[in-house]
Design a protein around this ligand. Structure first.
Ligand code: ACO
Length: 320
């Protein structure tokens, strides 16, 4: 038995912020952002939290799968921007959708969060411990951005995507995940200052900081590496894959993956122009768009891959 995706859903806040909107308060320009990143606009929450976005995406995935939420046995939210330190976003979703029989928890792996979630549920389903799972990637990155830092704030957007998985004969062929804590400093966000016991100061959450070029170098190497690894380990050729659903961080990273893997861009779907980098939500939002547009046919072979802060990475190879 393996896990098969039987339903998808996604949700993004209504408010669209274009590059031109950013130019009203930031020393940047539309052309620079488009050329360097491929981003034209992103969604920014006007009050909805990460759990709200996750709940909408989850409800849509559950409807698409046609299951009773009580059937869900494991519910994972990949997020690095939860609304609370605790309780988890996953237990918020559990309450809202009525997944009363699930074990629910969050996974912190930044942009790899959704793939880490798939990796975990695949293991449980393969072992026969659970049969039905809900995996969500959800972020309100806008709340941890320094909107005066043009090196980071132009890149990201808010959103959520979800997938329902069920034990089946075909589906996920293989997953992999990894991390390298030695490179953690290149991309981070302090949650709370540590010294409030000694100083009596109110704890203050930090903003995202990033060494963009280091992350770029890591991504252009790591994405082709993990895609090649998962295909080689499964004995599947690159040309046999119908869709490479890759984390949407920068169009230049996707184009570089296309060149290095010798895979045409037609097989690498892109929606970064409309959403920016939505971190853990990017892969499931893209997957849901493809599903709803009828671009995924039963039996298609898909590779998904993510990378992000930690540093973390993950990939999944599956039959649709
Ligand atoms: N608008 C206009 N100019 C800018 C902007 C901006 N928003 N940001 C930087 N610049 C300027 C810089 O000041 C610099 O000017 P200078 O030459 O006069 O000093 C020039 O543009 C070049 O800056 P670089 O930082 O060298 O630009 P680069 O080509 O590296 O692009 C970018 C920056 C887009 C951030 C790129 O490094 C990148 O995409 N990195 C990967 C980031 C990423 O994917 N992060 C997330 C992945 S993990 C996760 O998803 C959580």
């Amino acid at each position: 038995m393996t896990a098969r995706i039987i339903g998808t859903g996604s949700y993004a806040p209504e408010r669209i912020v274009t590059n031109k909107d950013l130019m009203k308060f930031l020393d940047t320009d539309d052309e620079w952002i488009r050329e360097r990143t491929g981003i034209c606009e992103r969604r920014v929450s006007a009050g909805e939290g990460t759990s709200d976005l996750a709940i909408h995406a989850a409800e849509r995935a559950i409807t698409d799968a046609g299951i009773d939420p009580k059937e869900i046995e494991i519910l994972i939210v990949g997020t690095c921007t939860p609304d609370n330190g605790f309780p988890s976003a996953a237990t918020d979703v559990q309450r809202a959708v009525g997944a009363v029989n699930a074990v629910a928890f969050d996974v912190t792996a930044a942009c790899s969060g959704f793939i880490y979630g798939l990796h975990i549920v695949q293991s449980f389903i393969r072992c026969g411990i659970y049969k039905t799972a809900l995996v969500i990637g959800a972020e309100t990155i806008s709340k941890v951005l320094d909107w005066t830092d043009r090196g980071t704030c132009i890149l990201f957007g808010d959103g959520a995507g979800a997938a329902v998985l069920r034990a089946d004969e075909t589906g996920v062929i293989r997953t992999l995940a990894g991390s390298d804590g030695r490179k953690g400093h290149v991309l981070g966000c302090q949650a709370r200052t540590m010294d409030n016991f000694l100083t009596g100061r109110k704890p203050e959450p930090g903003f995202m900081t990033m060494d963009g070029q280091e992350v770029f170098k890591f991504a252009v190497k790591k994405v082709p590496e993990i895609v090649s690894q998962i295909l080689e380990e499964s004995g599947i050729g690159r040309e046999q894959v119908d869709h490479y659903v890759l984390h949407q961080a920068n169009i230049r990273i996707l184009e570089s993956a296309s060149r290095r893997l010798k895979v045409p861009m037609e097989k690498i779907p892109v929606n970064i122009d409309r959403y920016g980098n939505t971190s853990a939500a990017s892969v499931p939002i893209l997957l849901d768009e493809m599903n709803r547009e009828g671009r995924l046919k039963r039996g298609d072979t898909l590779v998904m891959a993510g990378f992000g802060a930690g540093l973390t990475w993950g990939a999944a190879l599956l039959k649709w």
